[in-house]
Design a protein around this ligand. Structure first.
Ligand code: C5P
Length: 301
């Protein structure tokens, strides 16, 4: 995640992520779950522009970007204090003890309620953007502390590594090298799913799933093998809550992808493909099958 200066404004591209592995380790007393997950950022991103203002308000405007390829990002975006952009801005202001305002323009491409981390990535971009716009100069470690307060995935996006193993609630990062590019086709059914609801229905893993095989395969650039090591402990509860996820999994079962699964708590569902060409062909099939949002993407380096 990098800042660009455009006149007096700052611009940040906030990428989406896919979970290549997600094990539910245990239920915690604070209501969260310890997890062991491998996330990779992909080249689908929201864009945030941070403009200075003369008043003390934090003004957010959201535009849903229309892509000829995918249509509009699915889902609804809250504009008030439940939006993670506003929460990140207010937390940063409180931490720095300032009352400076900002005008924030969010161009939304990542579907919400999809398990692709759109809101978390926007929050990380906001911490980075306003830290610079307001000249607060909190170091990365302080920003990571604020990120963890905002959401379990926010630290990953702020962390600066395109692929990472994340443990604890998801906020403890171990950067991973990904020498090979992974090509993905992603489909999101019409309906989204609430993350807390899916976590409420999950069971901690008792079978000893481990990401080590996946991590080794990724490090060696063995994409076909890596695709066979995908795992997501949230998929079974998500399928029990949403017929649409069961149906998209059955659709992918019939497609010639190397491996497939739900991302995070869903409802975005991805397949790993040999090449971008194969991903594009499969995307065509998914569109013909009636999926409203289909996207071809790859892992970021
Ligand atoms: O951390 P975040 O606000 O993104 O999490 C949303 C919800 O997902 C939490 O309130 C919790 O119910 C669930 N969650 C969890 N364990 C995690 C991450 C999220 O139970 N590691």
């Amino acid at each position: 995640m990098f800042l660009r200066q455009v006149g007096t404004s700052l611009v940040v591209d906030a990428p989406a992520k896919l979970n290549l592995f997600l094990r539910i380790v245990r239920r915690r007393e604070d209501g969260y779950h310890d997890i062991d997950t491998v996330m990779t950022a992909i080249n689908l991103h929201d864009t945030l522009e941070f403009h200075p203002t003369h008043d003390a308000g934090i003004h957010l405007s959201v535009e849903l970007a229309v892509s000829p390829e995918t249509g509009v990002a699915a889902g609804t975006i809250p504009l008030g204090s439940e939006n993670l952009v506003i929460r990140a801005a207010e937390l940063l202001r409180k931490t720095a003890g300032i009352s400076t305002g900002a005008q924030i323009r969010l161009i939304k491409r990542i579907p919400s309620a999809a398990g692709m981390g759109g809101g978390s990535s926007d929050a990380a971009a906001t911490l980075l953007g306003l830290n610079a716009l307001w000249g607060i100069e909190l170091d990365r470690q302080r920003l990571q502390g604020l990120a963890a307060q905002l959401g379990s995935d926010v630290a990953f996006f702020l962390g600066g590594s395109a692929t990472a193993r994340c443990t604890g609630r998801g906020e403890i990062l171990e950067p991973l090298k990904l020498p090979a590019i992974l090509h993905f086709v992603v489909a999101r059914p019409a309906a989204g799913l609430s993350t807390p609801l899916v976590y409420r229905h999950c069971q901690p893993d008792t079978q000893g799933f481990s990401p080590e095989g996946l991590i080794a395969a990724l490090a060696q650039g063995r994409v076909t093998h890596a695709a066979q090591c995908l795992h997501n402990g949230l998929q079974a509860p998500a399928e029990s809550l949403s017929d649409a996820i069961r149906r998209v999994r059955e659709t992918f079962d019939r497609l010639p992808v190397l491996g497939h699964q739900l991302s995070g708590s869903g409802t975005a569902y991805f397949g790993v493909c040999h090449t971008r060409g194969q991903a594009l062909r499969i995307a065509g099939q998914l569109r013909s099958a009636g999926y409203p949002w289909v996207f071809v993407t790859r892992s970021c380096m």
